[in-house]
Ligand binder design. Structure first.
Ligand SMILES: [Zn+2]
Length: 464
């Protein structure tokens, strides 16, 4: 099934070969909201283009295809990107040398790509994929309650188990001190960068948390500096729900337009359109949770009264459950048990219907028809998601004549963070130096030893 599906995806891309395919091949990788029309024009058109930029552009095109296809042969990549076989082969060889791409052996499927059709003599094919094994990034999840740390490869195959977990202190210096202590036991010197998932309104380009309703100390905390001082790596902040949306997109590249709504300490959203994260002029989007609900008197972390997240975040639902059942333990397990035995109670129905109207309104405004729900709704009986989905169907205009889908999905934060690392650190668009530019200021000896450790040829570093 998996092979068949992948071969089908490859074939779809190959059918669209030509100028359009070249454009798509490069656009596939633009997932963090960056755009560059110039780069798109550069593939295969090297007149007047700087060689380094052309190389970067071609690398991004091939890596974008690999991210989308999962596994592909060299000739698949050449055809889908519109590059010549020698050009694609040379670039993939370099990416393999750098440890960004790896070769795996897969049985070749039959002529129609259907499972069960074996190739002559069962010869294994040499296929390529993004590196799934070698740790490359320090992934950090700064959550309201806990901080989690893991070493991430370029392409985690499953959601990472976090190696370090500690309660998030309530002060930046205390947080930095704790992170420093924990990282002493955690080899990270050879990693390429730190990718940090943070809640709130985040200016990702400038590495600043502008406003964080549930983690106010992060607002003026110079987080990238605090982390860089501890680990010595380049640091990128990623808004936490955007990381989840990128993770979902990496796991389901066929879903190229959706609104992801996450339920945790707050309720937040992120938007994917045309296979990339939606970006707006302000570093603020998808903030469904702070829509006021008439009659709701609860004070929100944002300072306002009545935000819907005070009703449907994890603490919000627990507060309502405790008010309705003061005799029961204030836990999600008890809430789930209550729903299972008694069905949805009035307070929950009212809150879900309110949020479904807000989500449906967002779909109507954005022109989307797919909703992905992540977070603590996964811990509650299906009746909760069903109620929300029914309300979204009622409010979404597209559902009057088309199909609107609403599905539960796991959080794929680590996968999303790694996708940001590849896109913005390893092969960034435009003229940014990227990870390969990091060693330029070092002595030859340091550069050579670092190159040996990270499998990056020193000669290549001088060229970068
Ligand atoms: Zn609010």
């Amino acid at each position: 099934m998996v092979m068949g599906g992948r071969r089908e995806k490859t074939k779809r891309l190959l059918r669209g070969q030509g100028r359009g395919a070249k454009r798509r091949g490069n656009a596939n990788f633009r997932r963090t909201g960056e755009t560059s029309g110039n780069e798109r024009k550069m593939i295969g058109q090297n007149k007047g283009a700087r060689p380094a930029n052309l190389r970067r552009s071609n690398e991004r095109a091939l890596l974008g295809l690999l991210m989308r296809l999962g596994v592909a042969s060299r000739s698949d990549l050449a055809k889908a990107s519109g590059m010549s076989q020698p050009t694609a082969g040379k670039i993939t060889a370099e990416l393999m040398k750098l440890g960004i791409v790896q070769e795996i052996e897969e049985p070749v499927s039959g002529p129609n790509g259907r499972p069960g059709e074996s190739a002559p003599l069962g010869r294994p094919g040499r296929m390529l994929c993004l590196n799934r094994d070698q740790p490359r990034f320090l992934g950090i999840e700064l959550d309201v309650e806990e901080t989690r740390v893991a070493a991430l490869p370029i392409a985690p195959t499953a959601e990472q188990s976090w190696s370090i977990v500690f309660a998030t202190p309530s002060h930046p210096e205390a947080w930095q001190k704790r992170l420093r202590q924990e990282l002493k036991k955690f080899p990270h010197q050879d990693l390429w960068g730190a990718l940090v998932s943070v809640p709130g309104i985040v200016d990702e380009k400038n590495g600043q948390v502008l406003y964080s309703p549930n983690l106010h100390w992060s607002e003026g905390a110079r987080l990238p500096d605090l982390i860089r001082e501890v680990c010595g790596l380049p640091v990128l902040l990623v808004q936490e729900i955007r990381a989840l949306a990128l993770g979902h997109l990496a796991a389901h590249p066929e879903c190229d337009g959706f609104l992801l709504v996450d339920f945790g300490y707050g309720v937040g959203g992120a938007i994917v359109e045309g296979g990339k994260l939606y970006s707006s002029p302000l570093p603020l989007h998808g903030e469904l949770g702070h829509t006021p609900v008439p009659g709701n008197q609860r004070i929100c972390g944002c300072g306002a009264r009545g935000c819907v997240e005070t009703l449907l975040s994890r603490p919000g639902m627990l507060a309502s459950f405790a008010a309705a059942h003061p005799d029961q333990p204030r836990t999600f397990a008890a809430l789930a048990g209550q729903i299972r035995s008694q069905g949805l109670e009035a307070w929950l129905i009212e809150s879900l219907d309110t949020l479904s109207s807000i989500i449906a309104g967002a779909l109507n405004v954005l022109g989307l028809r797919q909703v992905v729900l992540t977070g603590c709704l996964n811990e509650l009986p299906p009746a909760v998601t069903q109620r929300l989905a029914d309300g979204i169907q009622r409010g979404a205009l597209w559902a009057r004549f088309g199909q609107v889908t609403c599905e539960l999905a796991p959080r794929r934060r680590a996968i999303g963070l790694a996708a940001v690392g590849l896109d913005r650190l390893v092969v960034p668009s435009g003229h940014q130096p990227g990870w390969r530019g990091r060693d330029l200021g070092h002595s030859r000896k340091n550069a050579a030893s670092r190159a040996r450790r990270s499998r990056l040829p020193a000669a290549r570093q001088k060229l970068s």
